[in-house]
Structure formats: structure tokens, C-alpha cells
Write a protein that binds this ligand. Structure first.
Ligand code: PMP
Length: 381
């Protein structure tokens, strides 16, 4: 099988990730924070090492503000529900994933908050950071408390102007939350420079770690209320969660093997070099786009935005059918709707039954992309 579904989760994982997880489970998988014996301490040390390198990687100088979760969705839910207060107004981009849209819609339906959607102008030739911020400015209300935006989309390769949006929000005292599900490990992110208050990311996609790990990183002083409560190994006689991160948010046993694997994934991305990785993604995108656009019945959506995600359709062929046909030929792609009703609406793909998403990772080759294009060409309704 050739794997082109890295936007869902990266595969295969680097050897170093697998080896470290095995080592963890064989030699040091005590329960961090539960007891002071050697194996609990060894697990705690590994987790702290991952916090430190993760903070470094994303431009935060506070390892304790890196909080591990199961995935991006849990990170976003914790940040959104923990920071918003009754009466707040929120602005979200028109490219958000359901991991943002659904918690926001629920809070709005419960009458707790109100929200509006700002345009990221993906079809506008005059798109610019300044004009996107101007759109945002027009929607501000007296009670606007938070802006949420994904950095890179999961249905095409558009990237949002995070630094400009961060500066805009900071100047106005608005919380800026970034969904980095598709950009962590793909694009450079510096929380301080980009003025991000909370960064939510997966460990299992671009950072090449295993499933079962995600995280959020808080700017110093930003303290959502916890989403879940329970034992954290600290202050066990208190009836409340500890006040400080990370224990404030990490109730229950952590996924130590997954976090140990994530640390190796981050190191691997560091070795490969994030700028170089992105350049290679763009080379792959251009190669595939060129091949697909030569097939007369193929549409590539948002073709000018280059990166690791390419969405296409072949005329007369429902995306699901194309996905199944490619699967039979040995290619893993994702077809249909991609948990982003808002994004599909913005991109204009809803009426086509959405599309076939090809998302590549660092180990995919141009030859594999060529073979995929040959397969698409040869599949007929
Ligand atoms: N946001 C975006 C933009 C995504 O692409 C995804 C994953 N498809 C998520 C959030 C949710 O990520 P996770 O599966 O790690 O919860």
C-alpha cells in the first residue's frame, strides 16, 4: 500500500518513534507523578523532556505550559470551553474543522456565547493579510473575547496569516487560539513571534508521533479552567485540581509511551528540517497538480495554494467511488467529507460530494505520486 492520508494521521512512523515506545513499555513505563520509585521517576523525566523540546520547537519558553491530551480535538475543547465565559463573542474562520465548529455551535446553542465567521478570502485574488484582518475588524463587537483560526486547512493547502492575526488580536486584548492540526511539523510556528495565546496540535500527524497524543501550549498567564478533573499526583488531599499547569489539566494517567514516541517524532522533524520539509511538500504538490490537471476530467480545488494537501475530483466519479477504486489499486487516500462542513462550503465543494484528498508526508516519493496520477487517469466511471 502507498499511504497518502497523512492529514488524518502520519504513517509509517519513524523507526526511532517505534523503538522508543517499545523501550518505554519494556523498561521505564511507570506512572509519572504516582509514587517516587525509579520507574515512575523515569517516566516523569521522559515526559518532562518531551514538554521541554515541544516548548522549544514551538517558541514557548515555558515547558510547564505544554499540556498533553489525547488529540487536537481534546486540546481545542479544553481551551475553548475553559476560556470562554457567558456573554462572550467569538470569531472563527470560514475554514474551521468540526473540532472548532462543533464546540462553538454547542456553546452558542446553549445560549452561553455568540459567534461569527470571518472570511479568509481563499477565492479572492486580492487576498492579503491586511484585507483578512480588515474583514475580521468589521465583525468585532464590544464583547469579542476570542478569535480561533486554523493555521493550515485539512481540505486544501491554504495557510492563514497567523502572525498578522495574532498581532491584530494582541493589540485589542482578544485571545488568539490556533488550531495547528495540519501545520505542526509542516510549517514553522513560533508562539511568541506569532502572538498566539493557545496553540492546539496533534502529536500523531506532522510531528510523526503515535496516535493517542496531542497537546496544547498556553501563553504564560493564560489559564483556562480544566475540562476534566481527577487525580494528578499532586496535592492529593485537596478537593480541587492544582492551580498551575500542566497538572491543572492532566487529570488521570498520561499516555507515557505515546509521549515518549512524540519526543522522537519531534526530534525526527528537527533532523529533517521544517523549512526543507515544507519545500519538499510544495515540490510534490506541484508535481501531482501538473499530472492531474493534464487529465481533462479532473478538477483540482484551490490549486494555487501549495502544500501537503491536494483535493480533487474526476468528473462523473463520486469521490467515495474514486477512493475505493484507488484503495483496490493500493493507494490510501481519503474521500468524501473531511470533518469540515464549513471548509467545504467555503471551498465550494459541497455540491460535488466533496472530493478525494491526497495528503503526503516526508517519506512519499515523486514516483509514488506519478503512480497515483496514472491510477486516477486509468479509473473510469
Ligand atoms: N483540526 C484540523 C484542521 C484537523 O485537520 C483535524 C484532524 N483532521 C483536527 C482538528 C482534529 O485532530 P485530531 O484527530 O488530532 O483530534
Amino acid at each position: 500500500m502507498v499511504y497518502f492520508d497523512h492529514a488524518a494521521t502520519s504513517f509509517p512512523k519513524p523507526r526511532a518513534v517505534v523503538d522508543e515506545m517499545t523501550k518505554c513499555m519494556r523498561f521505564y513505563c511507570g506512572n509519572a507523578g504516582r509514587g517516587s520509585h525509579a520507574l515512575a521517576m523515569a517516566a516523569a523525566e521522559k515526559i518532562y523532556q518531551c514538554r521541554t523540546e515541544c516548548a522549544d520547537f514551538f517558541g514557548s519558553s515555558h515547558p510547564e505550559n505544554v499540556i498533553f491530551t489525547l488529540n487536537t480535538t481534546m486540546a481545542l475543547n479544553t481551551v475553548i470551553k475553559g476560556l470562554l465565559r457567558p456573554g462572550d463573542h467569538v470569531l472563527i474562520s470560514d475554514m474551521e474543522h468540526n473540532a472548532v465548529l462543533r464546540p462553538i455551535v454547542r456553546l452558542a446553542q446553549e445560549g452561553l456565547i455568540e459567534y461569527d465567521i470571518f472570511s479568509t478570502m481563499i477565492h479572492d485574488g486580492g487576498r492579503s493579510d491586511v484585507r483578512i484582518c480588515a474583514r475580521l475588524a468589521r465583525l468585532l463587537k464590544r464583547n469579542t473575547r476570542m478569535v480561533i483560526c486554523n493555521h493550515a486547512s485539512n481540505i486544501c493547502s491554504v495557510v492563514q496569516p497567523i502572525k498578522a492575526l495574532g498581532t491584530f488580536c494582541r493589540k485589542r486584548g482578544i485571545l488568539f487560539v490556533v488550531d495547528a492540526a495540519q501545520s505542526a511539523g509542516h510549517l514553522p510556528i513560533d508562539m511568541e513571534e506569532m502572538q498566539i495565546d493557545a496553540l492546539c496540535a496533534p502529536g500523531h500527524k506532522g510531528l510523526l508521533g503515535p496516535q493517542g497524543c496531542g497537546f496544547f501550549i498556553l501563553r504564560e498567564g493564560i489559564l483556562p479552567s480544566p475540562l476534566i478533573e481527577g487525580g494528578s499526583g499532586l496535592h492529593s488531599l485537596d478537593t480541587q485540581m492544582p492551580q498551575d499547569p500542566p497538572e491543572r489539566y492532566e487529570a488521570g494517567t498520561l499516555a507515557t509511551p505515546a509521549i515518549a514516541g512524540l519526543l522522537e517524532g519531534i526530534r525526527e522533524v528537527g533532523r529533517l528540517g521544517i523549512e526543507r520539509l515544507h519545500e519538499q511538500e510544495c515540490v510534490k504538490f506541484r508535481a501531482l497538480r501538473q499530472r492531474l490537471l493534464r487529465i481533462p476530467s479532473v478538477t483540482v480545488y484551490a490549486p494555487d495554494y501549495e502544500g501537503s494537501v491536494l483535493l480533487f475530483n474526476k468528473k462523473g466519479m463520486p469521490p467515495d467511488e474514486m477512493g475505493r477504486a484507488l484503495d483496490r489499486l493500493g493507494f490510501c487516500v481519503r474521500a468524501g467529507y473531511h470533518c469540515s462542513a464549513l471548509g467545504h462550503k467555503t471551498l465550494g465543494t459541497l455540491s460535488d460530494g466533496d472530493g478525494v484528498r491526497v495528503s503526503f508526508g516526508p517519506y512519499n516519493t515523486l514516483q509514488q505520486l506519478d503512480a497515483l496520477a496514472d491510477a486516477v487517469e486509468g479509473i473510469h466511471p
